[in-house]
Design a protein around this ligand. Structure first.
Ligand SMILES: Nc1nc2c(ncn2[C@@H]2O[C@H](COP(=O)(O)OP(=O)(O)OP(=O)(O)O)[C@@H](O)[C@H]2O)c(=O)[nH]1
Length: 364
């Protein structure tokens, strides 16, 4: 079965990019590029109003945001960029909430915070930042806050601000959850498609294409470190007669039985593929011919002693196996061809036996 995991963490979800989705680091760089001139503009206006404190604070935020983006380009760490950005903008929005810059109009920038924070961080951080921010603002706008800080906002403005901001935060949370759920759905769908593209529907084994890919990878490893491998090509003997005598359903069950026996008898490192109708291929990494023949015989004997129950009858089958190991700088096609020739030899010499490409064979 495909590895669908509904338990994926938020950060795992964040790493999965849906086509067309803006990557968080790029979004942060864009927002930094937009925020720095905006902050400089408002700093300049504060300077014109002879308000040096606001000027310096806004310029400091512009410098911090620029530095964060620059550090990202040097350190090349997305996590650092994201965390640095969250930290700076949280401080900036706190400043905007407390100090009523631009005659109090600066507080409207608070509405930009929830969508940004939910998009660039995981939902837990979004909830904490927004929940904490909202409570902090509620405190600030309460009589306690009013006693500490002098704000120019009327009572009805404060009330509306809290309600509208709360509404926006909840909306952002719900939209974010919906985005994450649909992303999860896409991940699961993608993993189901990937599984179907790589596996055989009847047995669940790797299909021929995936088998080829895995052999290719093993071959590349062999070229790098010289560690050889063997392949076993096997075919159910006189399988046509199983179909002819008992029907295709019985034939399918026989194929499944062989697949299960292969899974039981082979090692975890071995790759088993359904190569064709009643043909299977096993890739045995770091295994020489003698070992591969031993494994092949174990599989052969195991299958010969099992039966499927069909319409009250016990149906048995045997398999023939061709074994070949990689030599020198020969190609994969050549190894597979030698395994095929060995299988042909096993068939012509009476079936239910293992032949290796060097011409040795083990009969029942
Ligand atoms: N039930 C079933 N049969 C299949 C499947 N794929 C292939 N077959 C059948 O497998 C049979 C293969 O038969 P052959 O290749 O002629 O060989 P054989 O009867 O196994 O004889 P030898 O290989 O010479 O021992 C054919 O009858 C195919 O129809 C499948 O998925 N399910």
């Amino acid at each position: 079965m495909p590895h669908s995991s509904p338990q994926r963490t938020d950060s795992e979800l964040g790493e999965f990019r849906v086509k067309g989705e803006i990557p968080v680091p790029i979004l942060i760089v864009w927002m930094t590029a937009a925020a720095v001139p905006a902050l400089s503009f408002f700093a300049f206006r504060a300077h014109l109003r002879s308000d040096p404190q606001t000027t310096y604070v806004l310029l400091t935020f512009a410098v911090l945001l620029s530095a964060n983006a620059l550090i990202h380009f040097v350190a090349n760490s997305d996590t650092l960029l994201r965390r640095g950005f969250i930290l700076v903008i949280t401080a900036l929005f706190c400043y905007l909430a407390v100090f009523a810059i631009e005659n109090g109009a600066g507080v409207m920038w608070l509405f930009a915070y929830p969508p940004i924070i939910f998009y660039i961080s995981d939902s837990r951080v979004g909830i904490i930042a927004c929940g904490g921010g909202w409570l902090g603002l509620a405190l600030l706008y309460s009589p306690i806050g009013a006693a500490i800080i002098d704000t120019p906002y009327s009572g009805s403005f404060r009330l509306s601000m809290m309600i509208v901001l709360g509404f926006e935060m909840v909306s952002c949370y719900l939209l974010d959850q919906s985005r994450r759920r649909s992303k999860l759905g896409l991940i699961q769908l993608a993993s189901r498609f990937e599984y179907a593209a790589k596996h055989d529907a009847l047995t669940g084994l790797a299909n021929r294409r995936e088998g080829h890919n895995r052999i290719d990878s093993e071959y590349q490893r062999y070229l790098r470190n010289g560690r050889g491998f063997s392949v076993m090509l096997m075919d159910i003997d006189l399988f046509k007669s199983v179909n002819d005598n008992y029907g295709h359903q019985a034939g399918d069950r026989m194929i499944k039985l062989v697949a299960e026996s292969l899974q039981t008898e082979c090692r975890r490192v071995d790759m088993i593929a359904r190569w064709g109708g009643e043909e299977f291929l096993v890739l045995l990494p770091e295994t020489d011919t003698a070992e591969a023949v031993q494994i092949a015989n174990r599989v052969r004997q195991s299958i010969a002693t099992q039966a499927i129950e069909f319409d009250g009858q016990a149906i048995t089958a045997t398999i023939s196996v061709g074994v070949a190991s990689i030599h020198g700088n020969e190609t994969i096609d050549r190894v597979l061809q030698r395994a095929d020739e060995a299988l042909y030899q096993a068939k012509t010499q009476g079936r239910n036996q293992v032949c290796d490409s060097d011409g040795r064979h083990t009969a029942a």
